[in-house]
Design a protein around this ligand. Structure first.
Ligand code: KG4
Ligand code: ZN
Length: 312
């Protein structure tokens, strides 16, 4: 599915077709679940690569029809949000909850007053954090996906060797009326800054790569952590959740905790991330969970993958 640094949409979609039914079978075998025990079928309807979404939706529609089960459409980002509920008791979560969802394709702050009341309070205006990780990794000649690679290299980096721009301090976005803070993100400038630095340095040795990786990772995690903490304070969040592929990042988890402490002192809200590493990056359990709790049942004829809708 990958071609030296990313997913080729057309190839990915075609690869889904022979894999999807054997995958469903394998998942049911491993989970020791029979068709009879399945209550509903949940499927991602978007946003995402349209070809791959269509394969998933059409397969789910076929299975729902064939097995006589309700079909539940789930927004992908909603899935990431509810990854934090997996293996937790629903009643145990204290609202309001502020969720930072950070992935390759999206980057949002979502405020939840309850399960049903969800408000988008900030999002990226250009690159998502994960996308920036992937692009910077490519610039440094590291592997794909870039997030885990950058983290690995950053561990050997020298702290403070490179300090890259933190977009919330340096760029004045148009502020939302009456709002003292702006909770949107921008990572495109940071990515370009690392790229320019690397190009200027010419041939990079391993230490250069490690130092650049650390400087970049520090900048991303500080912006994410700070914005999240300030928003948590402003909206009185009782819990703060990290979600999406980048929530696997150890530095982000640590920075988020530190920023919350800076902003709140001892009264910090509870900080959570998905209880298993595999619930951070894209996974089927999160879609099942969100489908179980909040997804909407689809009409049989209505089911088509929707691209690009946020649905929060
Ligand atoms: O949620 P996800 O699996 O897919 C999307 O919905 O986009 O997230 C994938 C993204 C990739 O950009 C990848 O580089 C990033 O998550 N990622 C990480 C880490 N693990 C995955 N970024 C930083 N640190 C990590 N440990
Ligand atoms: Zn995702």
């Amino acid at each position: 599915m990958q071609n030296g640094g990313g997913v080729v949409p057309e190839v990915a979609a075609r690869e889904h077709i022979p894999q999807i039914i054997p995958l469903v079978k394998k998942a049911m075998e491993e989970a020791k679940v029979s068709v009879k025990e399945i209550d509903k079928i949940a499927v991602t309807t978007g946003p995402g690569l349209i070809g791959s979404l269509l394969v998933g939706v059409e397969t789910a529609r076929y299975l729902a029809h064939f097995w006589g089960k309700p079909l539940i459409g789930v927004n992908h980002i909603l899935g990431h949000i509810f990854a934090n509920w997996l293996l937790r008791e629903k009643g145990e979560v204290k609202f309001p909850v502020l969720v930072l969802t950070v992935s390759g394709g999206h980057n949002e702050l979502v405020l939840m007053e309850s399960f049903e009341e969800r408000e988008l309070i900030g999002e990226t205006i250009d690159d998502a954090a994960g996308e920036a990780f992937d692009k910077v990794a490519r610039v440094l000649g590291l592997g794909y996906p870039g997030g885990p690679e950058i983290s690995k290299w950053a561990k050997k980096g020298e702290a403070g060797k490179f300090v890259f721009p933190r977009a919330w301090m340096e760029i004045e976005w148009e502020k939302k009326k009456g709002d003292p803070e702006n909770f949107d993100f921008s990572f495109s400038g940071l990515k370009t800054s690392v790229k320019n630095k690397a190009e200027k340095m010419g041939d990079l040795n391993d230490q250069d790569k490690a130092d650049l990786a650390l400087g970049f990772e520090e900048a991303v995690c500080e912006v994410l952590g700070r914005k999240m903490a300030v928003a948590a304070k402003k909206f009185g969040a009782k819990e703060v959740h990290l979600a999406g592929g980048v929530s696997a990042n150890q530095r982000l988890r640590k920075k988020a905790g530190e920023e919350l402490e800076k902003v709140f002192g001892d009264e910090s809200p509870v900080l959570k991330w998905p209880v298993k590493m595999e619930f951070c990056t894209d996974n089927a359990a999160m879609i099942g969970g969100a489908g179980f709790w909040v997804g909407e049942e689809m009409e049989p004829g209505e089911v088509r993958a929707k691209a690009g809708d946020f649905g929060i």
